[in-house]
Design a protein around this ligand. Structure first.
Ligand SMILES: [Zn+2]
Length: 269
């Protein structure tokens, strides 16, 4: 069924949109893979993340050390492996990153608008990103540059959590950027009473913020200047009330090392 769904989606990606397969293989195979993963997830009422497979494929590409920029002409990749993973896996992950950056609503309407405005017109990668910028009201060229034209990766982690010295009853959280590619961050904190809240760290280069995607209480923090390797913020809650802190609770961010993304406190600690 998976292959049938995948091949059906090629009716839209590449056939109707008619993108250049040699220059933008990822806009065909990647977008097709993304759509078929969503559909398979829906058809089989699966739980969990529909794009785990694409993320795993991208991760294997990164780990192999054979990654080449996704902007490489399809005939000029050094290995077939690098072509395949870039086109199918990283291309699907690309869409999930746009969705993470601009939010679910603008992403959904943007994808519909992409079909509507660009069918039979041979859109380029820049036409697509420009449309998503218009739809979201955010600047996205930085993302496109990093993700399509370089092999730089995303890796954020929780560096430290401490009771704030300056203000009792508050907690200072320090985050670290180890990867060379910056991204805005969604942080979710769960408290010992079971309540949850979110903190959102935008980046200045986006010139905008995504709207809240769920009903949780959400605080928009100051921009993380992308040149800085670390970032701290203080939450008005004592440390002992925290049960867990997670970076990217919706598991969409293409973080290549997720082992440092979640901090859990057990009652004994
Ligand atoms: Zn295909």
């Amino acid at each position: 069924v998976g292959v049938t769904v995948h091949e059906l989606y090629h009716s839209w990606y590449q056939n109707v949109l008619a993108t250049n397969e040699a220059l933008y293989a990822w806009m065909d195979e990647g977008f097709t893979s993304f759509a078929s993963s969503e559909t398979m997830h829906y058809l089989f009422e699966s739980t969990g993340n529909p794009h785990t497979g694409s993320m795993r494929g991208y991760q294997r590409l990164v780990d192999s050390g054979k990654e080449e920029p996704m902007a490489t002409h399809a005939d000029h990749y050094h290995t077939n492996f690098a072509y395949g993973r870039a086109a199918y896996s990283k291309g699907a992950v690309y869409l999930n990153q746009i969705r993470y950056i601009i939010g679910e609503e603008a992403f959904r309407s943007g994808m519909l608008r992409y079909h509507d405005e660009w069918k039979l017109k041979h859109p380029t990668d820049l036409d697509f990103i420009r449309l998503m910028e218009k739809e979201s009201g955010m600047i996205l060229d930085w993302f496109h540059e990093y993700f399509v034209h370089t092999t730089k990766t995303i890796d954020y982690g929780i560096a430290s959590v401490e009771a704030s010295e300056s203000l009792t009853g508050t907690t200072q959280i320090e985050l670290e950027r180890m990867g060379l590619m910056p991204m805005p961050l969604d942080i979710r904190i769960e408290y010992t009473d079971g309540s949850k809240e979110e903190f959102y760290i935008p980046m200045r280069i986006m010139r905008g913020e995504k709207p809240a995607e769920h009903d949780l209480k959400r605080t928009i923090l100051e921009d993380w200047p992308w040149v800085e390797p670390s970032y701290s913020f203080t939450i008005p809650m004592p440390m002992e009330n925290i049960r867990s802190i997670s970076i990217d609770p919706t598991e969409r961010l293409a973080d290549v090392n997720t082992t440092n993304n979640v901090l859990m406190y057990t009652p004994e600690q």
